[in-house]
Structure formats: C-alpha cells, structure tokens
Design a protein around this ligand. Structure first.
Ligand code: NDP
Length: 285
C-alpha cells in the first residue's frame, strides 16, 4: 500500500474531545445540549446507526431522547411528535432517521423540523442557505469529509474534484462545499458517460453511491485523494465501501478506510452540529 490512510476514528476522537468539553461547559451553565433521535420501523441498518448516535451522545455528555415507533406509525402522529420536540427546550437537535416507511412523506417530515434544530442540515432552509454559503447546519457526512481534508492538509483550491453520487444528503452538499472551498467540481451519477475518464482526471474523488467496488485502481490518478462514503456489505456480510480498497490504495495518495473512515466522522459532525445549536440557544436565553 502506498496511500496514506485518512483515519476517521482518530480524527473523530480529537473532535469529540472538543465536543465533550463544550458540552460540559454548556451543562455547567444549565444548558446541557440535547439531541432527539426518532426511528420509525425496524430497518436493521437504521437501528445500528441510531444506536451509535445515541451512544455517542451519552459518551460525550449530551442528553439524548430516543423515540422508536413501529412502521405503522401515521404521518400525522410523527408530525405531532416533531412539533412537540420543536417546542422542547431540552432538545437542540432533531434527527429523524431515514429512510421512513413508504406511507410517510419524508420531505414533509424534514420540513416540519424547526430549521434551528435541523442538525442533519436537510431542511430546505439549510440546504438553500448552503447554496448561498451561510447555513445554520451543514449535512454531517460531507461536513465530516471537509474536516478530513482540513486535518490532512489536502489542497482544495484549484483541485479537480469528482463527486460520484448526487443525493441530497451526500453528493449535492458535498459538491457545494467543495465549490466553496475553491475546487473545480464534477458531479457524476448513474447516467454519467465514461465515469472512469472523469475519475481519472481528478485530484480528489468522493465516492457516495452504495455500489461496492465501483471505483477501481485503473480509475484513479496516481497520488489522488480518495474518500469512500459508501456503506455496503460483502458476501460475508462484512462492511465495505464503494472503493476497491486493496487496489486503489496502491495508486492513491490518501484514502479513507471502511469501516473507520467517513462513518465515525458523520456521527462526530452530528455531535458538533448539536453543540452549535445548543450554544446558539444558550446565548439567546
Ligand atoms: P443514494 O442511493 O441516495 O444515491 C446514490 C447515488 O449514486 C445516486 O446519485 C446514483 O445516481 C449514484 N450511482 C448509483 N450507481 C452508480 C453508478 N454505477 N455509477 C455512478 N453513480 C451511481 O445514496 P446516498 O447518497 O444516501 O448514500 C450513498 C452511499 O453512502 C450509501 O452506500 C450509503 O449507505 C452511504 N452513506 C454513508 C454515510 C456514512 O456515514 N458513511 C452516510 C450517508 C450515506 P442516480 O442519481 O443517477 O441514481
């Protein structure tokens, strides 16, 4: 392996120490930061994500409430719960784990969250504000990737960046943050012609597709930085990303592993966003 590993676990540890210190300072002022996590249904992957988020709160001195509802919960009841959380002064961040069951309109649910508690950064007010450069919250996954670039001194100004994936939660906000940082950004997706040619021209590749082994060594420019957002399972049920790690790590300059890369950073940035929400609320109190 020639690539330098971008260690999301180690970076998370450093950032979470800061989160814990800020949480303690807020708690001492009578404003313990609080995150409400809402899960509807019994998607096993979602259950794991939610458990990890609640545990990260507990480990770092944040208060958390965890609402688990059956898949049969009505949209109206979910909206009523969000309304109650919007009014609850102990709660500074609200996270509704996606995907929601098909009978619930996710868009409507996200828009029901008060923008100042929208720690996922998915509300149209925050997504729109990201376009103009001043969101209250940045979506946690691309925000965490930006922290990785910063921590590892990856030059973004003038860099050619390729983002593979155009979802509202990863690909699009990732592209926006890279543009803001001065990169020249290409967004690829399932309709892209000749993905390999785009990827090969890139100094930075962010893969966020959910397709195992999508990015192989022949698609990567020597020395490029490769960020693997994907979370997939191999035949043995082992967690893996979108990048052929064994092959690509012989070509890339920097690479994130899966697990231990973007995943922990996503949760860390959720904590950071919640702390910022709590600090804003405390300063206004
Ligand atoms: P979506 O399914 O919403 O989006 C996937 C994107 O990948 C789409 O834009 C799709 O294109 C594109 N795509 C699919 N197949 C190809 C292909 N063969 N070539 C090029 N592009 C392709 O997923 P998310 O953005 O929500 O998540 C992406 C991955 O990241 C998933 O594995 C998810 O589990 C993981 N994830 C990880 C997180 C973490 O913390 N590590 C957090 C969030 C997500 P099109 O739009 O044309 O369909």
């Amino acid at each position: 392996m020639t690539a330098k590993l971008i260690d999301g676990l180690a970076l998370s540890k450093t950032l979470r120490a800061d989160v814990a210190a800020r949480a303690a300072a807020l708690t001492a002022r009578g404003h313990q930061p609080g995150l409400a996590v809402v899960l509807v249904g019994d998607n096993p992957a979602s259950e794991v994500y939610v458990r990890n988020k609640v545990k990260a709160c507990e480990d770092n001195g944040l208060y958390s409430s965890y609402d688990r509802y059956p898949a049969t919960l009505s949209e109206a009841d979910l909206l009523a719960r969000i309304d109650a959380l919007n009014r609850d002064s102990r709660i500074h961040g609200i996270l509704v784990q996606l995907p929601l069951p098909a009978h619930i309109d996710s868009h409507k649910v996200i828009e029901a969250i008060a923008p100042e508690k929208d720690v996922d950064g998915f509300h149209v007010a925050n997504a729109g504000a990201l376009m103009t450069g001043k969101p209250l919250f940045r979506p946690c996954t691309p925000y965490g990737v930006m922290k990785m670039f910063e921590a590892y001194g990856i030059e973004l100004q003038g860099a050619n960046a390729v983002v593979i994936g155009r979802s509202n939660i990863v690909g699009k906000p990732m592209a926006m943050m890279l543009i803001d940082a001065g990169a020249t950004v290409t967004v690829c997706h399932s309709k892209t012609r000749d993905l390999a040619a785009h990827a090969r021209a890139a100094d930075i590749v962010v893969a966020a597709t959910g397709r195992r082994n999508l990015l192989t060594a022949d698609m990567v420019k020597p020395g490029a930085t490769v960020i693997d957002v994907g979370m997939n399972r191999d035949e043995a049920g082992k967690l893996c990303g979108d990048v052929d790690f064994a092959g690509v790590s012989t070509v890339a300059g920097h690479i994130t592993p899966v697990p231990g890369g973007v995943g922990p950073m996503t949760i860390t940035m959720l904590l950071v966003n919640t702390i910022e929400a709590a600090e804003r609320a405390a300063n206004e109190a």
